[in-house]
Design a protein. Structure first.
Length: 158
């Protein structure tokens, strides 16, 4: 995709009453958008650099960094700093993806299914998890997963 052909990515993390809207734009090199509302949300900016995706969610003082390593079937995402950061590892196939956000003992399972033009999934278990849904358009599936996990990292108590 060439630069300038912007593709939209829209969805929701959580329920209608206890959730946050997600909106982003992908131009082939940069992913920018908003996680949450105008007054209680966070800006998102991700770009290609040094062979990986890297960026920031939120402001300089009230946000966190993110760094993404991608291969054909794997995604490794680090959210936050060196000391207080969280890792996420997911494996992809044609049907969707599954993996883990956080550590084995202090983390959550992540599972998602890819349908025509959208992705639906869950972070966490059956009784204490958070659902999400994203309309992809032509945005690559791993970018949608990065956006959802960044939103979850911003609001882990949903």
């Amino acid at each position: 995709m060439s630069i300038g052909q912007e593709q939209g990515l829209h969805g929701r993390l959580g329920t209608f009453t206890a959730g946050h809207d997600i909106s982003a734009t992908w131009d082939g090199e940069r992913l920018t958008g908003r996680l949450g509302s105008f007054t209680a949300g966070h800006d998102l900016a991700v770009w290609f650099g040094d062979g990986v995706l890297e960026g920031r969610v939120g402001s300089f003082t009230q946000g966190f960094d993110l760094r993404v390593g991608l291969s054909a079937t794997q995604l490794h995402l680090h959210l936050g700093g060196f000391v207080d950061g969280v890792d996420a590892e997911l494996s992809f196939d044609t049907e969707g993806a599954s993996g883990r956000y956080g550590t084995f003992t202090a983390g959550h399972d992540v599972s998602l299914r890819h349908f025509a033009g959208e992705v639906r999934g869950r972070i966490g278990g059956y009784t204490r998890g958070v659902d999400f849904r994203m309309d992809l358009g032509n945005v690559p599936l791993p970018l949608a997963v990065v956006v959802v996990l960044a939103a979850y990292h911003a609001w882990p108590t949903l």
